[in-house]
Design a binder for this molecule. Structure first.
Ligand code: HEM
Length: 547
């Protein structure tokens, strides 16, 4: 009886206590930080949902954050409280603040740690991944794999990249001949998969050869990536038990295949080592150099890195290619300029001859040709500015005392939050990119003599699609090289016309309508969804014609 009385009297006290705690968490703890209006029960869930509801719900969460940034009048950062579902997220909107998170400091020599921010992607990269590792474990992995992604080494892989691009051209030729509307997503993903397979494992994954002859690595990997498709900003589908179990099964299946292949490759290279002068130059071969006995620990580590490279290295590059084809298709001056540059460098006769381009790239002047593709490089840069396929998430443990200084001098502590450098916002900052922030203007990246920061006068930290600092992208040179080769071979050979979302608007006489910044206006905006990386929602429906 006494116990009941005690319970009944303490209930109201407990309720008051919980209410006060919740009130503190929702309204006081981050009161100084810019944010949407929080609700006692839902935190920012409702407010965020309201923003989502103002557009197509399938759009990428970074696009939604961009709209929140506008509503809040462009603060340098804002917080999103989705507790208890997720930790508080701090969305970073200013390049000056992003730089404080990505740079190396005395206290955090490898920048702000990843912590558990990448846990959701564990099935795609394994527990030993370079992407999620921290501290000395990360450092030794990065040191081991850096040489495999160094520019000099990658250039030596040009013949194999060109082979894969030739297959890509054959496929686009077929699409052009059929005159049907095709989705660019599949050929681009298969191309980038083939390249990353060859570069990292010295393996022909035959992703571009159709489902019946593709390597099982491709089939399982694609199924695995699709379990992450979020057609609704933060679709809850991916958290469902059934989806998670399916994902775990596919991930295990992929692990088994990759471990088997790594063992076979190791054996093959060991046997060949004494006799063969033509050694494999793949990332895997470099990492296994000097490893005589492949113990289970090394096997796990190496296989997880291969899984990571496959994961990080194909969807991102494929998304960039699709967006570049699209932006060029609606920006006539940029298309003309890039074609002119390619004509000047490779000669007009090469416009429809990949053999010719191949010969030139593999000749002694190949490297110089690649380095002189300045307008093409500007197209790549501008595409990645407007449509960054990836972002960065870090976690800063409670009690670290990690402060950032805002542009107005105010100092804020970010302990206990997930820190998200949101490139989609940072790279469209009007203070940096001016009135053309949303337009595709490759010229902004061309040399302007006398400017200070980089050739364009834009602060270097305001362009960060590969992130910056010690944890920047290890594969950025590969992505750049691949894109240059693809563009050299395709941009004069084909004309791409968008169909459906993002199609060009025409006037009553059927002429395309040119907007203020040299781009054709469109019927409706094409946008990214989130499927691990950002990808065009309709998988880039295009009509392709031979020029
Ligand atoms: C356009 C193409 C690409 C983009 C936009 C991109 C973007 C990024 C970004 C933003 C990060 C930092 C992630 C973070 O801070 O959490 C990153 C890291 C990484 N990327 Fe890429 N990436 C691209 C291509 C590639 C390729 C081709 C590879 C090939 C293997 C690759 C492998 C990696 C790896 C392993 C890391 C982790 C590096 C580390 O933590 O040391 N990426 N990438």
């Amino acid at each position: 009886m006494l116990l009941w009385i005690a319970v009944l009297t303490s209930l109201p006290l407990l309720t008051v206590y919980l209410l006060e705690r919740t009130r503190y968490f929702r309204f006081k703890q981050y009161a100084r930080y810019p944010q949407l209006s929080p609700s006692l029960l839902w935190g920012h869930m409702k407010a965020l949902d309201a923003v989502m509801g103002q557009g197509d719900r399938r759009r990428h969460i970074d696009q939604v954050f961009l709209e929140v940034d506008e509503q809040l009048n462009h603060p340098p950062l804002f917080v999103v409280d989705l507790r208890p579902v997720l930790h508080v997220i701090c969305v970073i909107c200013s390049h000056e603040v992003a730089e404080q998170i990505s740079r190396s400091t005395k206290a955090l020599p490898y920048s702000v740690p990843k912590g558990n921010s990448m846990d959701i992607f564990m099935p795609l990269m394994g527990p030993n991944s370079l992407l999620s590792a921290d501290g000395n474990e990360w450092k030794s992995l990065r040191k081991l794999f850096n040489p495999g992604f160094a520019p000099q080494h990658l250039v030596s892989l040009l013949p194999c990249i060109l082979d894969k691009v030739q297959r890509f051209i054959d496929i686009l030729d077929q699409h052009a001949a059929s005159r049907e509307v095709v989705s660019l997503d599949k050929p681009c993903i298969n191309l980038t998969f083939d390249v990353i397979g060859a570069v990292t494992m010295d393996e022909d994954l035959r992703a571009q050869c159709g489902p019946s002859s593709q390597s099982e690595i491709v089939t399982v990997f694609r199924q695995l990536v699709e379990t992450f498709r979020a057609d609704g900003g933060t679709s809850w589908d991916q958290f469902k038990v059934r989806t998670r179990l399916h994902r775990q099964r596919l991930s295990k299946q992929l692990d088994t295949i990759l471990r088997r292949r790594v063992k076979e490759k190791h054996q093959e290279w060991q046997t060949r080592a004494s006799t063969d002068t033509k050694k494999s130059r793949s990332v895997l071969a470099l990492s296994l150099e000097g490893v005589e006995h492949l113990d289970p620990d090394t096997l796990d580590k190496v296989s997880d890195q291969i899984k990571t490279f496959l994961f990080a290295g194909h969807d991102t590059t494929s998304s960039m290619l699709q967006w570049a084809f699209y932006e060029l298709s609606r920006t006539p001056h940029a298309l003309a300029a890039v074609r002119e540059e390619l004509d000047q460098l490779f000669g007009p006769q090469s416009a429809s001859s990949t053999d010719d381009i191949r010969k030139q790239l593999l000749s002694s002047r190949g490297e110089s040709l690649l380095s002189r593709m300045s307008y093409t490089a500007a197209v790549i840069k501008e595409t990645l500015r407007l449509h960054p396929p990836a972002g960065s998430a870090r976690t800063i443990p409670v009690g670290t005392g990690f402060h950032v200084t805002l542009p107005d001098g105010q100092s804020l502590c970010l302990d206990g939050m997930i820190l998200h450098n949101c490139e989609t916002i940072i790279q469209r900052d009007e203070r940096v990119y001016g009135p053309t922030k949303d337009a595709f203007v490759p010229e902004r990246w061309l040399d302007r003599p006398g400017s200070k920061d980089d050739s364009s006068g834009i602060p270097v930290s305001a362009w960060r699609p590969f992130e910056r600092g010690p944890r920047n992208c290890i594969g950025q040179e590969l992505a750049n090289l691949e894109a240059r080769v693809v563009f050299a071979c395709t941009l004069r050979r084909y004309t791409f016309t968008k169909v459906g979302l993002g199609a060009i608007r025409r006037d009553s006489e059927g002429q395309p309508v040119l907007g203020p910044f040299g781009q054709y206006e469109v019927e409706s905006e094409l946008f990214n969804i989130m499927e691990v990386t950002g990808k065009p929602v309709d998988r880039t429906q295009m009509r392709i014609e031979r020029t």
